[in-house]
Design a protein around this ligand. Sequence first.
Ligand SMILES: Nc1ncnc2c1ncn2[C@@H]1O[C@H](COP(=O)(O)OP(=O)(O)OP(=O)(O)O)[C@@H](O)[C@H]1O
Ligand SMILES: [Mg+2]
Length: 268
Amino acid sequence: MPVEAAVAPRLEISGLSAGYFGQPVVRDLNLRVAPGEVVALLGANGAGKTTTLSTVAGLLDPIAGEVAMDGASIAGRPTHRLAREGLSLVPESRALFNSLTVREHLVLARSGEGDLPQDLIVEMLPELEKCMNRKAGVLSGGEQQMLAVGRALVGRPRLLLVDEMSLGLAPIIVERLLPILRRVATELETGVLFVEQHVPLALQVADRAYVLSHGRLVAEGAAAEMSEQQDLLRSSYLGDEAADAVKGSPAEGRAREQHNGGDKSDAS
Ligand SMILES: Nc1ncnc2c1ncn2[C@@H]1O[C@H](COP(=O)(O)OP(=O)(O)OP(=O)(O)O)[C@@H](O)[C@H]1O
Ligand SMILES: [Mg+2]
């Protein structure tokens, strides 16, 4: 592998504007994810997180700007081609087939020789083992999410995009799920970009984080530093009327709990 390919970011977004029907909802976004790095994309509802992931994954064409994976432009490339090239998206909806079993999902996701062996996927997501012959439609929300992640790992992604893995799940399940992203990044050298509403938990797992507000980047930095700067985070993350909407939510509650020295659960 040429040296420059080895050091290029897994994902580099430069000056990206993205949106719908030519109207940008994300403006002038610059963001990088290195190989083996776990990066959180944070922001209030409607900030443009899903729009960003959808554009990187080829579901939306960028309005302006550049998106590159391992130094090669991928802007506007179709999703199925990006998937073959090592980009995996776990969408918010999970996009599972209710009538297919866990095993069938994992088999259908196979792409060839470089695939991750099923044993390793089950080792990372042991909850899947007992569900192998169960249809996705009867799994619990947490099990469905594990399957969605497991399926995304089959092709040994170089870049993994995860949109609100924890939507509708109890914090205890989120604490179980998020560290899997860290393991994937470390063991597969995958670059991971994930969207997460449980901000304190996200910052415990991430190396770095970016915060979007109304489609613009308003904060970025090392996750550990951001965790320390709760005020900055709160004002950039909540900023406006969203603050009222989010106050008292599980994310905010946990932020307060941990700020006050609440126990960290053993999430590994
Ligand atoms: N298909 C669409 N057509 C037009 N506008 C859209 C579409 N999808 C999203 N939007 C708008 O784009 C903006 C950003 O939405 P997006 O879904 O990216 O936000 P988000 O940060 O993922 O929010 P959430 O936390 O609620 O998932 C919002 O104003 C939303 O209404
Ligand atoms: Mg979203």
